[in-house]
Design a protein around this ligand. Structure first.
Ligand code: PLP
Length: 469
């Protein structure tokens, strides 16, 4: 009997596996930034395509050798940039299975294993986050898409109430929908508004307070000035300060005006998963829809997020290729009814594996621990003359600035450049309250206090050098 896999194919699978382990095990011994520039990498991976095929294991070995120096170590426990999870090893392993099985997650009866895991995963997450039972859940690539499809479901619902079927008639001639959002809404929300045909600039912005939280009385004022169907978009977890909008005040105001409330909760919604942090997002479950990333705080490998919509049929009608559609109770959801793709990888399976590996308590303790570590970092930084923590550290984000004014901004930039060049830890840049900042996000499952101590030490040492220069 001939083996369906050539020896070199079996070898390729093993080479990938071995490299994955050794890459991740060596995380704290190598420099975090890539040594290749984009142009060097394009050179290295460039050239004409070979005419003749090559052995699979040789191709893999060559890719591994050439990418040495071309990978930014996003998964390092000492990577503090953006807001990003650590691509948990069990998620990586499960992702490998997803590719090996090659099953799309489209129809429950067609590919029962992967769809069952995905459906269970979204139910578990709704439960962990305290969201209503029986939401529609679309598993998408990231919070950008999750926001987008939730906005599309909102559009469908708001226009249906006006007697307009947007799926059949489109937006031309439709009643106008007001879009109201906070001054600190993430750029992904504006992208979602563009994709959904609302326009990024056709919005009413509500002022935010110093931490970036929407001001409830200002929302009331804005809504009083508007008539007609309205979509209000709020935020759990500001990407700089980590602050969340005051949902318990805001959502009842929006309700009074019959608005649809959507929450961009890319990372901040996870605060609901721990009793220690839940109060920060109290009331968030009263909204109509939520976007939440799995590749941030849940540690799923890229690319993974969920759009939850309270009214399941609204999401299905907006998304399903089957057209006007009400899911039958008692049948298993077809995941493709809740997203824009008919065929897609079963990207929810890694999160299923991660949830089982961490358990409920593992998830909740991780969220709480990251927030404790953020406060620890803020204390270390604040103790250094000339360094300021600009935000109230309520979650996992710490906003740091050096010196004062324009000179300080230049010093902040120089300090960050030194830290990144040193390569032992890796925060990233940003702007907050008219200042250039060093933004530190504590979001990796493997990050421990010694990693955070090193982060503080690296920033302080770099700052002293910059300030002495
Ligand atoms: C990260 C983030 C997004 C975008 O999410 P992607 O997963 O990159 O698409 C949107 N909103 C907020 C608040 C975020 O933190």
């Amino acid at each position: 009997m001939t083996d369906l896999l050539a020896a070199s194919e079996i070898e390729a699978l093993q080479v990938a596996n071995q490299h994955a382990s050794s890459y991740r095990r060596a995380e704290n011994t190598r420099s975090i930034p890539p040594s290749q520039t984009a142009s060097e990498a394009h050179e290295i991976f460039g050239g004409a395509l070979n005419d003749e095929g090559q052995d699979a294991d040789q191709v893999l070995r060559d890719i591994i050798a050439k990418s040495d120096g071309g990978i930014l170590d996003f998964t390092s426990p000492r990577f503090f940039g953006f807001v990003i999870g650590g691509s948990h090893p069990v998620g990586v392993a499960a992702d490998h299975l997803v590719s090996a099985w090659g099953n799309p997650s489209s129809y429950a009866e067609l590919t029962p294993g992967v769809t069952a895991m995905e459906n269970q995963m979204t139910t578990w997450i709704a439960d962990l986050l305290g969201l209503p039972d029986n939401c529609g859940a679309g598993i998408v690539t990231g919070a950008t898409m999750a926001n987008t499809i939730a906005i599309m479901a909102a559009r469908n619902a708001l226009l249906a109430r006006e007697g307009w079927n947007v799926e059949d008639q489109g937006l031309f001639g439709a009643p106008e929908i007001n879009v109201v959002l906070g001054d600190e809404a993430h750029s992904a929300v504006f992208a979602g508004l563009r994709y959904a045909g609302f326009g990024a600039k056709r919005v009413t912005r509500v002022p935010a307070d110093a931490e970036g939280r929407m001001i409830a009385t200002e929302l009331d004022r804005a809504l009083n000035a508007l008539t007609g169907p309205t979509l209000v978009i709020v935020q759990a977890g500001n990407v700089n300060s980590g602050a969340s909008d005051p949902f318990a005040e805001i959502i009842p105001i929006a309700r009074k005006h019959k608005a649809w409330v959507h929450v961009d909760g890319a990372f901040g919604l996870w605060l609901a998963a721990s009793p220690d942090t839940r109060a920060i997002v109290a009331g968030v479950a009263e909204a109509d829809s939520w976007a939440v990333d799995l590749h941030k705080w849940l540690q799923a490998p890229y690319d993974s997020a969920i759009a939850f919509v309270r009214d399941k049929a609204r999401l299905a009608t907006a998304m399903s290729a089957k057209g006007a559609y009400l899911p039958d109770e008692g049948t298993f959801p077809d995941p493709s009814d809740f997203v824009t793709e008919l065929s897609r990888r079963a990207r929810g399976v890694p999160s299923y594996a991660i949830l089982r590996t961490l358990g409920k308590s593992g998830v909740s303790q991780m969220i709480a621990r990251h927030c404790v570590l953020a406060k620890h970092l803020a204390r270390l930084i604040s103790a250094e003359p000339g360094l300021t923590v600009l935000n109230q550290v309520v979650a996992n984000q710490v906003v740091i600035t050096c010196g004062e004014g324009e000179k300080g901004d230049a010093q902040t930039q120089a300090t960050l450049a030194k830290v990144q060049e040193n390569g032992k830890v890796y925060p990233t840049h940003g702007n907050w309250r008219d200042r250039t900042i060093i933004r530190c996000s504590i979001c990796n499952y493997a990050t421990r206090q010694n990693d955070v101590d090193l982060l503080a030490e690296e920033i302080i040492t770099a700052w002293r050098d910059v300030n002495a220069a």
